[in-house]
Design a protein around this ligand. Sequence first.
Ligand code: ATP
Ligand code: MG
Length: 245
Amino acid sequence: MSFVEVQHLQKIYPSQSGENTALSDVSFSIEKGRIFGIIGLSGAGKSTLVRCINLLEKPTDGHVIVDGKDLMALSERELRKVRQNIGMIFQHFNLLQQRNVLDNVCFPLEVAGVKKREARRRAMEYLEAVGLAEKAKAYPVQLSGGQQQRVAIARVLAAEPKLLLCDEATSALDPQTTGSILSLLREINRQYEITMIIITHEMRVIQETCHEVAVLEHGQIAEMGTVTEIFDHPKTEAARRLIYQ
Ligand SMILES: Nc1ncnc2c1ncn2[C@@H]1O[C@H](COP(=O)(O)OP(=O)(O)OP(=O)(O)O)[C@@H](O)[C@H]1O
Ligand SMILES: [Mg+2]
């Protein structure tokens, strides 16, 4: 069994005009330690898919199996435990403005019951890893966008997740800063063997970081394969449109 197994996933949102099928029969699997990209036009269902993977959104049908556990079969308590192994980073960094960098990274650890000293030790370790140890006492407003995203990444890493979900994590950043965040993600993937799912509009992000990629169109997978396969020989119109945009 692969580290992540998504099986026949379906998500239907109720809407005024009846039902809106955001995902229909989506299946794929990701081996441990791989970086899996998801591309697709706006509204294709990418964010819905990752939100279903950590059960922020409850799938209408299908299964999400992470590290051998079927998330839908778990009790609230078990689910909370599994969720601690799943980290998420977004386009908006959502840092607490009233707290300094160190406290931002410590905060979720303390909420999770980690002792203050241990939380600080771990926070410093991951701030070191993202190259921001010397900004530990700075406040978010004093940092650039790229630095804020690094803090958000350190905060997620400090929880020591096995799976990292990135939804448009570099979309708010300029090309050079994007490049540095991407090399950081690759480095993290190598060093900590974290499996990653990366959603992006930027094809370059996929080419530079991902091993495999899935093309999502109207809530279905149009095409899926290694990045080289898909980028060198896209078979579907959906993939060609994205790649040659
Ligand atoms: N909370 C929600 N309630 C109702 N419908 C939703 C909700 N979230 C998403 N949708 C619908 O599901 C579909 C897929 O949306 P989703 O946000 O997953 O797309 P996306 O691929 O992430 O788009 P983008 O690239 O613009 O972020 C859209 O039709 C959207 O309107
Ligand atoms: Mg989205």
